[in-house]
Design a protein around this ligand. Structure first.
Ligand SMILES: NC(=O)c1ccc[n+]([C@@H]2O[C@H](COP(=O)([O-])OP(=O)(O)OC[C@H]3O[C@@H](n4cnc5c(N)ncnc54)[C@H](O)[C@@H]3O)[C@@H](O)[C@H]2O)c1
Ligand SMILES: [Fe+2]
Length: 410
């Protein structure tokens, strides 16, 4: 018997159109002092009476779109800077510590959710954030976070990780700890209906990469009597979630990008993203992510654009380890007997083309002489490489990069 599994999710996960109506009752469970970390797009157009970082004035209920309700005296923080520079979060953490919330509600894209998770950390434990860079360094529970994503892709509402940028570091850096898993996740596809096509495409394809990498991750031999790593490799509990995520995303991500008002498509992509987040939050991700971090830093391109671009080339490189065909069967809803690694890779490349993810690294501004440096930097992502299904040597990484640079058929 080799099967074993780890799944870490918060106390409640709600999914479905209208699920946001659960927010007040979930907040009540945790207490009355509420700090809301709100994506600035929700506050634009005068939709709220609360000012960022300050309590709303007396008699003013902070109003959010779509009937999202916060308590009258909730404090709102919405100063969320793209790429989450660590300095902005250290400052927000100091504000949160003084306010001493019972609960933090996070509403927004992956950046806002990650910001809220880190503000919850700093509201409880001493800063600066840099002391927690890496894995399992958060010393204990943090202020509970209730997360409502407005994009479908990152899975941050259920994952143990948050990513920041630090001017002292070349690459974006992750803080990973089971204590960062939000206490509750409310995934209401209605909140994603207005997301622009590029956000839908890049977040959505990242969810497909999460599904693919969690399904193909190496199986680790865990020592149950020792502290567990945050990312535990492919396992019996995550596997069905990865496949279900692929089945929801494969047919419906292209529709959500091209027909943004299609409610069924938004629902399927939100569900696939949530399932992929639940899966990779325990298994971890591997080669696409290890390679995207340096590529993102060099080209300033969105995370999902890079991971999605790399996926066909990584699937090709790992096909000798098996499982790529099974992933493709789920992706296309076809019998295993009709599936093959080649067909899976072709379908992923087709989805990328259709939703506007470029096919080559040259197409996003990478130059050939940068490839060795990218490989070297990716080699530094030891925790990601540890769960790759093939031995991720420098030559293997360079080969993937060369093919992705050339573009075309992997
Ligand atoms: N914690 C994790 O597990 C995890 C996983 C993957 C990625 N990430 C991180 O998440 C970030 C990317 O998140 P993202 O893809 O959700 O994008 P994002 O949060 O950066 O949002 C992109 C833009 O879309 C806007 N936006 C969000 N929802 C919208 C909506 N419904 N309508 C209109 N505009 C909307 C935002 O204001 C922002 O301007 C990156 O920083 C990445 O590193 C985290
Ligand atoms: Fe990702």
């Amino acid at each position: 018997m080799r099967d074993a599994g780890t799944l870490r999710v918060g106390g409640r996960v709600h999914f479905g159109f209208g699920a946001r109506a659960q927010l007040p009752s979930i907040l009540q469970v945790h207490g009355t002092r509420v700090l809301a970390v709100v994506d600035p797009f929700l506050l634009s157009g005068g939709q709220t009476s609360g000012s960022p970082g300050r309590p709303p004035g007396p008699g003013h209920r902070p109003e959010l779109p779509l009937g999202l309700r916060l308590p009258d005296d909730a404090r709102i923080f919405s100063d969320i800077t793209p790429e989450l520079p660590v300095g902005t979060l250290d400052a927000a953490g100091a504000m949160a510590r003084e306010f001493a919330p019972d609960v933090i509600v996070a509403i927004g894209g992956g950046s806002a959710l990650d910001a809220a998770k880190l503000i919850a950390l700093l509201a409880t434990h001493d800063g600066p954030l840099s002391r927690y860079y890496g894995e399992n360094l958060v010393p204990g529970p943090v202020v509970p976070v209730v997360a409502l994503p407005t994009t479908a892709g990152t899975g941050s509402e259920v994952t143990p990780v948050a990513v920041v940028s630090d001017p002292d570091r070349e690459l974006k850096v992750g803080i990973s700890s089971p204590f960062l898993v939000p206490a509750a996740a409310i995934v209401d596809p209605e909140l994603t209906m207005g997301a622009p096509a590029t956000v839908t495409a890049y977040s959505g394809i990242d969810a497909l990469v999460h599904a693919a990498e969690s399904f193909t991750a190496r199986r680790l031999d865990l020592d149950w009597s020792a502290p567990l790593p945050v990312f535990t490799g492919r396992n019996a509990l995550s596997e069905p979630l990865s496949l279900q995520a692929a089945a929801h995303l494969g047919p419906w991500l292209p529709v959500a990008v091209r027909e943004p008002d299609d409610r069924r498509a938004r629902q399927e992509v939100a569900l696939g993203s949530l399932q992929a987040g639940m899966a990779f939050g325990s298994t971890g991700t591997h080669l696409c992510h290890a390679l995207q971090y340096p590529i993102g830093a060099l080209t300033k391109t969105p995370h999902g654009l890079g991971t999605g671009l790399l996926l066909p080339y990584v699937l090709d490189a790992i096909s000798s380890a098996g499982r790529v065909a099974s992933f493709g069967a789920a992706l296309e809803g076809i019998p295993e007997s009709e599936a093959s690694p080649e067909r899976t890779i072709a379908r992923v490349a087709e989805i990328n083309r259709y939703i506007g993810v470029p096919a080559s690294l040259a197409g996003i501004g990478v130059t050939r002489d940068q490839l060795p440096r990218i490989a070297d930097l990716a080699l530094g992502s030891a925790r990601l490489l540890a769960i790759a299904p093939i031995d991720p040597t420098r030559d293997v990484l360079l080969d993937i990069l060369e093919r992705a640079f050339a573009g075309g058929k992997p």
